[in-house]
Design a protein around this ligand. Sequence first.
Ligand code: G3P
Ligand code: MG
Length: 248
Amino acid sequence: MLSWPYPLVFAHRLGGALAPENTLAGLLIAARQGVRAVECDVKLSADGEPFLLHDDTLQRTTNGSGPARQLTLAQLRELDAGGYFHPAFAGEALPLLEELATLCRVSGITVNLEIKPCPGCEAETGRVVAEAARRLWQGAAVPPLLSSFSAEALQAAGTVAPELPRGLLCVDLPADWPARLEAVGALALHCHHASLTRQRVEDLRAAGYAVMAYTVNDVKEARRLQSWGVDMLCTDRPDRLGELQSGI
Ligand code: G3P
Ligand code: MG
């Protein structure tokens, strides 16, 4: 890995544990903690528009219910995506990818777009998100990093926007990681932090890949991963991990 342009600390689902997940309120709160990079989950509405949401269904984080994929963007935008977290956030909307791009670019925040397809929409979601990311971040100093658990989505993303870096997500590091990374043209492996060892990180990096560990909320664990050479940490506690970024 000659040069990797991404910061060490990424706030998970925009605001981590400090705000309703995948909301612009969360992004603003993370920014106030000094965060320079964020991760979020992107999927498609029934009419094919990219927006931010983690689950396939609406009930955990909005006042809606049922599969998100069945609603149009206009219907999704009627929902409250903040009240579940705290009444102070009531009225927060499910963000459009375009809104995220505008806010990130204005505030100088780098983004890891996790392509999170609803079942059966893997290739379409990869393609649409990559096309939108290419357009929305055109000319950005640091391009959005595209990541996904879905190899199909990443492959589709790579066909329409090959210049955007891709990261393959996994929970456990698979034994055949070289072939899997190669197959999707990934530059990074994003792995659950408990599956990483110093040796695994060294092997990945020696093979030329960047490594992201998620979701790391403990400062001691974060320092250990950093000492192994981990390039990126995704955290719910950007307020705690900020100190690593500034080199304290
Ligand atoms: O990108 C790391 C992390 O976001 C993957 O898990 O379920 O929080 O999207 P999840
Ligand atoms: Mg995610």
